[in-house]
Design a protein around this ligand. Structure first.
Ligand code: ADP
Ligand code: MG
Length: 430
């Protein structure tokens, strides 16, 4: 953990940022989408905070609001205790892929940021050179972006962001577009700069959907959930630096944060799905694979180990887990995935019995049941796709088509009903 500055300047408050009840929504009326809802968040000087959550939970939205590039629909954003009304002069964002000017050299790309801040030319050059050296790009000052690797281009992005010496450095998934090795090297460099106070930045706010990255770097992890984006948990990570991924204590933290991300999210999603009858974006074949894997592992496993072994990103694994919970095949408990007796029966059944079991289970879902009943009642057992879409639109707005796609996919999997591309109709199978 980084220590507080010894001689803290009394004029600069320790609390740099504060969000109170921040809401950001897009669109109006029926089409309105709430990206983040009632977010309360404070950042103190000396903190390295990670915002962690699945994609679409509003992480980038919050970062843009904090940097003053976007404004909240309602709620209060304070920086140094003052309402933030324009672009935040104390904050800079590093994006996932940094847009460099292709016609400028590495040095000029860093200098541009200083020029924009009206820093005189000689100082500009000196500072830019120092930063380029700091991020490990010494010797590449006169190279053009196309001549260097993606990892190096991202380093230029870091240098450019740090050159302006932001008080609050905001990072939006800064390592996710890099290959594994470059990402790890750059993480190490950033931590080294920060912990040894080689940059004057007083707080870092980093967005990520990578749990290990958050545990590796942050003093505090703020876990977000979605639909709409909200804060689920705010936990200090008390592990000492340097942190080692292989340490048992490190793994225990990853496990714990995993539990926070998945446990609540799955519980909320399942409750939400039942209330709003929403289906998770999951292939039932993938669910079959997951259930089989669990059976082979005596019925339970850590979710984060599973995602590693199945080579699935969290965002891909979670909908499958949600589908498993919705059908009653698995339960989630503190980051562990557990096979239910029903799930076990499914995993051990033959293909025909599996289809029947899935059919019985999905017919309990109001959405699928309604499609099935509608087709039953039609004389030819065929009804136009648009008819279903219209009905779905009143429930799901923009997401209606995707929801209908999933319902059809599941219906087909269970051989209940299918879609006839030629006539644009749904029809009963069997
Ligand atoms: P994250 O960074 O966590 O992946 P975002 O902040 O990018 O999430 O997005 C949060 C939600 O807001 C998403 O549902 C996204 O589709 C929506 N959203 C973001 N920006 C816009 C926009 N300009 N117009 C409409 N919807 C948006
Ligand atoms: Mg984002």
């Amino acid at each position: 953990m980084r220590e507080k500055p010894l001689s803290s300047n009394a004029a600069v408050p320790e609390r740099l940022l504060e969000l109170r009840g921040v809401v950001r929504s897009y669109g109006q009326g029926e089409r309105q989408l709430v990206a983040v809802e009632k977010v309360d968040l404070a950042i103190q000087a000396g903190e390295f905070v990670c915002l962690l959550g699945p994609s679409g939970c509003g992480k980038s939205t919050l970062l843009r609001i904090i940097a003053g590039l976007d404004s909240a629909t309602s709620g209060i954003v304070l920086y140094r205790g003052e309402p933030l009304l324009t672009v935040n002069p104390y904050a800079t964002i590093v994006f996932q892929t940094f847009a460099l000017y292709p016609w400028l050299t590495v040095l000029e790309n860093v200098e541009v940021a200083l020029k924009a801040r009206r820093i005189p030319r000689p100082e500009r050059r000196e500072r830019a050179l120092r930063l380029i050296d700091t991020v490990g790009l010494d010797g590449f000052e006169s190279a053009y972006p196309r001549e260097i690797s993606g990892g190096m281009r991202q380093k230029v992005g870091f240098a450019r962001a740090m050159a302006v010496e932001p008080e609050l450095l905001c990072l939006d998934e800064p390592f996710s577009a890099l290959d594994v090795l470059s990402a790890e090297a750059l993480r190490g460099e950033l931590l080294e700069l920060w912990q040894n106070r080689r940059i004057p930045t007083r707080a870092i706010l980093m967005v990520t959907h990578n749990i290990e990255e958050a545990v590796l770097m942050a003093d505090r992890v703020v876990v977000m959930g979605k639909d709409p984006g909200h804060i689920v948990a705010d936990v200090p990570v008390t592990l000492r630096h340097p942190r080692q991924r292989k340490d048992t204590a490190f793994q225990a933290w990853v496990d714990r944060i995993y539990g926070l991300v998945t446990g609540r999210r799955v519980a909320v999603a399942v409750a939400g799905a039942q209330a709003r009858k929403k289906l998770p974006h999951a292939h039932l074949n993938a669910l079959a694979g997951l259930v089989e894997k669990l059976l082979a592992e005596a019925g339970h496993n850590d979710l984060y180990r599973l995602s590693g072994e199945l080579v699935l990103e969290l965002d891909d694994l979670l909908p499958i887990v949600e589908a498993g919970e919705l059908l009653g095949f698995v339960t989630v408990h503190e980051g562990d995935l557990i096979l239910t007796p029903l799930g076990k029966a499914y995993a051990e059944a033959n293909i025909l019995a599996r289809k029947e079991l899935i059919a019985a289970r999905i017919l309990r879902l109001p959405l699928i049941n309604w499609i099935y009943e509608t087709l039953q009642q039609d004389n030819n057992h065929r009804v136009a796709w648009e008819y279903f879409l219209e009905k779905f639109e009143s429930d799901f707005g923009d997401r209606a088509e995707k929801q209908l796609d999933i319902a059809i996919m599941w219906g087909r999997h269970a051989e209940l009903f299918a879609y006839d591309d030629k006539d644009g109709e749904l029809y009963l199978e069997g």
